[in-house]
Design a protein around this ligand. Structure first.
Ligand code: ATP
Length: 204
């Protein structure tokens, strides 16, 4: 079991997936809060049954899977619905995160979560690693990757911490305003540092 956990976070489109792959190339395992959240609401799960009981069958697609866009729209406009959904999902996500982190056996492991700071997952982490880039670039990369409007990206960013508040909580920062090649030496340097810290069993 990895005792040393690095929380990797950053806003939409900042490069979490890209950076996680670079750490994986170095043998570092990770747990992804978004993947866990998605798996928890697959057809046949207790959570999806509770969501359907609460919001009705109209929250499902024709094939019985969750209509994520409809749910996202609902919680954007209804704060009580958002609170209800969070009290259902957050404890289940935390429990699964801990279970999966416990089965990681690399020298240290990454807990990857876009809302790591917003959802107060810091207590599970020895270090907080923030991926940072100008907001304009965050928007243009997200628009190039996803079929979404600029307004949708802006709405998602508005529900995430502003750049400076996220940076204020960082122990370490990866700067992702340049090309992909520029990420590699930053990841390698942090990897060496985390190996040392993990071996010493402290957070620096
Ligand atoms: P989300 O939280 O929205 O899932 P993310 O933080 O995981 O996003 P990525 O998917 O890794 O972000 O990156 C967003 C997009 O930007 C991807 O299409 C990725 O290929 C691209 N990208 C990431 N870093 C760079 C870079 N340095 N140069 C060019 N493109 C990049």
């Amino acid at each position: 079991m990895s005792q040393f956990i690095v929380g990797l976070t950053g806003g939409i489109g900042c490069g979490k997936t890209t950076v996680t792959k670079l750490f994986a190339n170095l043998g570092v395992q990770h747990v992804d809060a978004d993947v866990i959240a998605r798996n928890l609401v697959q057809p046949g799960t207790k959570c999806l049954a509770a969501i359907t009981a609460k919001f009705g069958q109209s929250i499902l697609q024709a094939d019985g899977s969750l209509n994520r866009a409809a749910l996202r729209q609902l919680v954007f406009t209804d704060s009580a619905a958002k609170a209800w959904l969070e009290q259902l999902l957050h404890p289940a996500i935390r429990q699964q995160l801990l279970t999966e982190l416990a089965s990681c056996n690399s020298a240290y492991a990454l807990l990857v979560a876009p809302l790591l700071l917003e959802n107060n997952l810091q207590p599970y982490c020895q270090r907080i690693l923030v991926i940072d880039l100008p907001e304009s670039l965050q928007i243009s990369r997200t628009l190039a990757r996803d079929q979404v409007s600029e307004q949708q990206v802006a709405a998602i960013m508005a529900a995430q911490l502003p750049r400076q508040q996220r940076l204020a909580q960082a122990n370490d920062i990866i700067h992702n305003h340049s090309n992909l090649e520029a990420l590699v030496p930053q990841v390698q340097a942090l990897h060496q540092r985390y190996l040392q810290l993990a071996a010493k069993g402290n957070s620096g």
